[in-house]
Write a protein of this length. Structure first.
Ligand SMILES: Cc1ncc(COP(=O)(O)O)c(C=O)c1O
Length: 450
């Protein structure tokens, strides 16, 4: 293992970091995280902080989840890899497919298609949606609708349905036939209202109008995150997802739920869609499926889609899509152990209870700090939006946002910034005391940045 001097000298010198400016990374190299335990991470200088980012919305069970670690170690010994393309399978994967069918039964999902992460799951769902319509004799259904501010990973398909120009502009032109509706956001929207129910109605009316314009028989699917994550933790009104479900049903459009963050308890429900009382046609999962310890994902497929794929003899029915690491045995073993721990610890219940405390703390901060324009969240996904002028809602200066992050870190808590948002997605095993720690560190950060 290289020593600390070596690591510091070479940090960001010979690599480009994801989601970062390569030049900026050379000037202000990233923190080197060397160790982690429980809900805490330790950097190269030995500074230990509570990880209020939860890795990247994925380390739901914290960093010391021994059953998942052991499952990975044991599976590496038994079978470290074999392909699951046509003709071969493996034991943990078969067991996992049974477990997932059971876990997602209340969502109506009965089949899984395995991937190596969130972007892969999105890409797979988009492809399966088009294929489904072809199998059903509607080959013209190829278009996709999604939400502005939505985040769906970075493959060309995912980037095309992404609703944030930061992830699009440098890579345009993107996939033709992808269209965006406004975000269901009560803080900023084009409808001149803060009433979530009204916003939901306006967006659904716009969707109907778009469908009439495009022709329902040209639209394959509408995709949304049950709670929009990377776009700034935007929590739609209760009525939004059910409304979109009913419009999709009316017009034969598939509803894909991007549950890459929200599946497995983060919003306080086992899946985000279940929390809104909706059964989508497909659910994209990844991240917490292995607690972030192994790159893995699964598209869950509703029973309604099964017959089209399983009873067709058409050459079009074969799934001409998949990854070398689809159904990786080590990932599958990790996922089985992770699901068992997730259920045993009932992390959804803790996410709901701790989420209420975190949001209350954030609202309290917003009453004491002018810099906070809006506090929002659901379960253990929360955000503070920082502004330089509350009335005008002008985004806070980059320096102020950075200051909050730096001072919070010095005060023992890692938070994530995205534009003028501070995003929190701690492990779902955090305690009441941990929540207080997050609030106190934010308080110190906001005081310093004011
Ligand atoms: C909602 C959502 N979808 C898709 C993705 C892409 O997942 P990955 O980064 O594993 O490819 C992410 C990643 O953060 C996400 O938050």
């Amino acid at each position: 293992m290289a020593d600390n001097n070596f690591l510091t000298a070479h940090n960001a010198r010979h690599m480009w970091h994801a989601m970062a400016n390569a030049g900026e990374m050379r000037e202000k190299p990233p923190q080197i995280i060397n160790a982690a335990k429980g809900v805490e991470i330790t950097d190269i200088e030995g500074h230990t902080v509570l990880d209020a980012v939860g890795g990247l919305w994925n380390v739901n069970l914290g960093y010391s989840c021994e059953p998942v670690k052991k499952a990975i170690r044991d599976q590496l010994d038994a079978l470290p890899y074999y392909s699951t393309f046509r003709g071969t399978s493996n034991a943990p994967l078969i067991e996992l497919s049974v477990e997932l069918a059971e876990f997602f039964r209340p969502d109506g999902m009965t089949r899984s298609f395995f991937t190596s992460g969130g972007s892969d799951s999105i890409e797979s769902a988009l492809r399966l949606a088009r294929q489904y319509h072809k199998l059903k004799g509607q080959p013209e259904r190829t278009k996709f609708y999604s939400l502005k501010k939505g985040y769906h990973g970075t493959h060309f398909g995912g980037a095309s349905i992404n609703g944030n120009s930061n992830f699009r502009r440098a890579y345009e032109p993107l996939l033709p036939g992808t269209y965006h509706l406004p975000a269901p956001w009560d803080y900023r929207n084009p409808f001149d209202t803060t009433d979530g129910a009204v916003i939901a109605k306006r967006i659904s009316a716009q969707f109907e109008d778009e469908i009439a314009f495009q022709g329902a028989d040209t639209i394959a699917a509408f995709i949304m995150e049950p709670v929009l994550g990377a776009g700034g933790v935007i929590v739609p009104h209760d009525s939004f997802m059910p409304l979109m479900r009913s419009i999709c049903d009316k017009h034969g459009i598939l509803l894909i739920a991007d549950e890459v963050i929200t599946a497995f308890g983060r919003t306080g429900a086992w899946t985000g869609s279940r929390g809104w009382g909706v059964q989508p046609d497909m659910m994209c999962t990844a991240k917490a499926i292995t607690n972030g310890y192994y790159p893995f994902g699964a598209v869950m497929i509703h029973d309604k889609l099964v017959e089209a794929f399983e009873s067709s003899k058409s050459p079009l029915a074969s799934i001409g899509h998949g990854y070398t690491y689809s159904g990786h045995p080590v990932g599958a073993a990790a996922a089985i152990a992770c699901l068992a721990e997730t259920k045993r610890l009932k992390v959804n219940e803790n996410a709901a209870a701790r989420g209420v405390e975190l949001l209350a703390g954030l609202h309290d901060l917003s009453t004491r700090h002018e810099l906070v324009g809006n506090a929002r969240g659901k379960g253990l996904m929360c955000a503070l939006e920082l502004v330089s002028d509350r009335a005008k809602k002008s985004p806070a200066a980059k320096d102020a946002v950075q200051k909050v992050q730096d001072v919070a870190y010095k005060n023992g808590v890692m938070i994530r910034t995205s534009g003028s948002n501070i995003i929190m997605s701690p492990p779902l095993i955090v305690t009441r005391k941990d929540i207080q720690r997050i609030i106190s560190a934010l308080d110190a950060g906001l005081t310093a940045a004011q």
